[in-house]
Design a binder for this molecule. Structure first.
Ligand SMILES: [Zn+2]
Length: 674
């Protein structure tokens, strides 16, 4: 074991090589494994041989062991348990032999349930007695760790502390059109408690809309129609469908990053705005299980809800307001506290040989709402095995990538992408100047059916090509003649317009790629093996039942799907770090923009014309981009690949393409989306 030492730094040092060493010294604590050392040699190994090595050397049992360790206890963002995970990841990378390993702390506002007084929902009768009270915690059903005393009381992150009583109104999925329907039906939600279903929109938007319309509280639940469609016998631990006591956690904060340091890193020296001004909910919000939602819904009065608003609980759903029994009310008692605390990122680097100042960044978050076996630790386990394989190749042969590979474990993602956004705020200028791509794996698996990917169009072709190299982890699919991950992906989830290609979703903003893609214009992607559960998302998402046993016994016996995702992630990273000319799909990007431009025109053309706005400028710009892409692509044919300057010039142009779409002022009313 190497002797880790902690260095205190207080100033910025510019270093000549321009590597990460210079940008991290501004953080207060740096962990270093060693005295500064000469970069060990680079052996020339073909890209194909490196790819082959990575794919063949991933060991599923290692991933299993990493996941077993990571899921033994809850590790909420900003807690001692999260810090222990961060230190363990740092230690693992030091042992594997990464060139540098850093812990990067941020002082941020997070939110926790009270350790003693649980959050409860009560039905109160006409004489002020409690007729029913909700569960404080989700019931342990199978794995021993579900019963740990460290499991937090059920809560939504940043839901306001408060005790409110009122009539309950059922608001379906809590979307704008659902609140509009209630208003049209003559149901005013002012001073009411809204009961809404998870599933169609981000829960923070439900809370915000309810608060804006005057509701005093929100209760969220997941209807079995959406998350347990095959009935109560087919739920965890017998299947991966949601059991009645599952109450998914989740943040109800809308703005990403630390709420007290908007647009600036939450370092010790940062100015923090007062908490009253923070963009967080002002009303209490609380998740409950569907067995508890039944207790409320089965007692509700008022108009019968429309047919499509009915769920699959064995009752007729009513809109309210209030209960059948006169004088009965709903009480919501939320005892969460907002706390300024420290969360940590871990950053580990394999320094590139020819271009150390060009970074291919890989990342996954470390914090989990509870045990986190899928979200995020299936991804953490994959990342640790990938770094192990790359270091093994280095140790055996002296291989080193052309460009630097940077591995990141992020803190407090679940609270609204906190510590990765702070990092992109702190190091934005350097990252913008030097980063080739950011490759995120929030979860390696949430099922075993097919690949789910999100990407900027710039990375689409590279992802397709890597997926064609990864052996199919599914024996049934292999027997059907589909040899690779790509083959199953194309067969089970084809593109809607071109059925000879798999479906690639455009990158969103729901994980740690947000700061890279939407603030800095760094090309991003996210991959995951997903399910075909006929549910709205993963039924176990953010519940107590995301256990090691769920993964080990139901989703991925043998960890072959984890291995496939690890191999795909690694292959793509190696291709981006090693290719002499960056494998960015400019033609795909130009085609995407022209298609998107036409889609917008078809859907909103009339509205745009009615505002006296000309569409022609956008159409011309899209065509001009397409023409430039053709000229640039043509010029690559005559590029002198032996000229380091010529290669660097072309790669720099490619690296900056995505940045060209960044508007420093952001979207109107949403300055955090640039
Ligand atoms: Zn996650």
């Amino acid at each position: 074991m190497s002797k880790a030492r902690l260095l205190q730094h207080s100033s910025t040092i510019l270093c000549a090589t321009g590597g990460f060493a210079c940008i991290f010294v501004v953080v207060s604590v740096i962990m270093s494994t060693d005295e500064p050392r000469e970069l060990s040699r680079r052996t020339e190994i073909s890209l194909a041989a490196v790819e082959d090595y990575v794919i063949k050397n991933i060991n599923p049992e290692n991933i299993r062991q990493f996941l077993r360790y990571l899921t033994r206890q809850p590790h909420l963002g900003g807690t001692e348990a999260e810090k222990e995970v961060a230190q363990w990841v740092a230690h693992t990378w030091q042992q594997q032999g990464l060139d540098q390993v850093h812990l990067v702390p941020y002082h941020v506002l997070l939110s926790y349930p009270d350790p003693i007084i649980p959050n409860l929902v009560r039905i109160v009768d006409g004489e002020n007695n409690t007729a029913w009270v909700s569960a404080a915690r989700q019931k342990p059903l199978y794995a021993p760790e579900e019963a740990s005393l460290d499991i937090p009381f059920t809560f939504n992150g940043y839901a306001a502390h408060g005790n409110v009583t009122g009539d309950v109104v059922y608001a379906y999925y809590g979307r704008e059109q659902d609140f509009d329907f209630l208003a049209k039906s003559g149901i005013n939600i002012s001073s009411k408690i809204v009961l809404a279903r998870y599933g169609k929109i981000f829960r923070a938007n439900i809370a915000k809309m309810a608060e804006t319309k005057g509701a005093v509280g929100v209760v969220l639940y997941s209807d079995p129609a959406d998350y347990a469609p095959n009935g109560s016998d087919f739920v965890y631990p017998h299947s991966s469908y949601m059991p009645p006591s599952a109450a998914p956690f989740g943040t109800v904060k809308l703005v990403d990053g630390d709420p007290l340091t908007p647009f600036y890193p939450a370092t010790e020296s940062a100015f923090h705005i007062p908490e009253e001004e923070a963009p967080i909910p002002k009303i209490p919000v609380q998740p409950i299980g569907y067995e508890d939602a039944w207790q409320i819904l089965s007692r509700m009065g008022g108009t019968v809800a429309p047919v499509d608003w009915q769920g699959s609980l064995n009752i007729t759903y009513h809109l309210g307001p209030g209960f059948v029994n006169p004088g009965w009310t709903l009480n919501l008692d939320v005892n969460n506290n907002n706390t300024q605390t420290t969360t940590h990122n871990v950053v580990g680097i394999i320094t590139g040989h020819e271009e150390p100042d060009r970074y291919v960044i890989l990342g996954n978050h470390l914090d989990a709402w509870i045990l986190g076996a899928l979200d995020p630790n299936s991804g953490t386990a994959a990342m640790l095995e990938l770094s192990r394989v790359l270091l093994q190749l280095h140790n055996e042969t002296g291989w080193r990538p052309r460009r630097s590979l940077v591995f990141c474990g992020w803190g407090a993602e679940e609270y609204g992408i906190v510590a990765s956004v702070e990092w992109t705020e702190q190091f934005g200028k350097q990252l913008s100047d030097r980063t080739i791509a950011y490759l995120n794996v929030d979860m390696a698996i949430e099922g075993n059916y097919t690949l789910r990917t999100q990407s900027t169009p710039l990375l689409t072709d590279a992802i397709f090509q890597s997926a064609q190299r990864i052996p199919n982890p599914d024996p049934v699919e292999l027997a059907a003649g589909r040899k690779t991950v790509y083959d199953t992906w194309k067969a089970r989830r084809p593109d809607r317009h071109q059925s000879d290609k798999p479906q690639m979703q455009f990158i969103g903003s729901g994980s740690d790629y947000k700061g890279f893609q939407h603030n800095l214009g760094i090309p991003c992607m996210d991959i995951c093996y997903t399910h075909d559960n006929n549910t709205i998302g993963d039924p176990m998402y953010h519940t107590l039942y995301e256990t090691f046993a769920l993964v080990d016994e139901i989703y991925d016996k043998g960890f072959y799907f984890h291995s496939a995702v690890t191999a795909l992630w690694g292959d793509l990273a190696v291709v981006l770090a090693e290719s002499k000319i960056l494998p960015f799909s400019l033609v795909t990007y130009a085609t995407f923009i022209i298609g998107a431009q036409q889609d917008i025109f078809e859907n909103y053309g009339e509205l745009i014309s009615s505002q006296n706005i000309s569409w022609q400028f956008f159409a011309d710009a899209a065509q001009a981009f397409n023409a430039s892409v053709a000229v640039f692509t043509e010029s690559l044919n005559t590029l002198d690949l032996n000229s380091d300057l010529a290669v660097r010039r072309v790669n720099d142009q490619l690296m900056m393409v995505e940045r060209a779409f960044i508007d420093p002022l952001g979207l109107p009313g949403r300055p955090e989306y640039k």
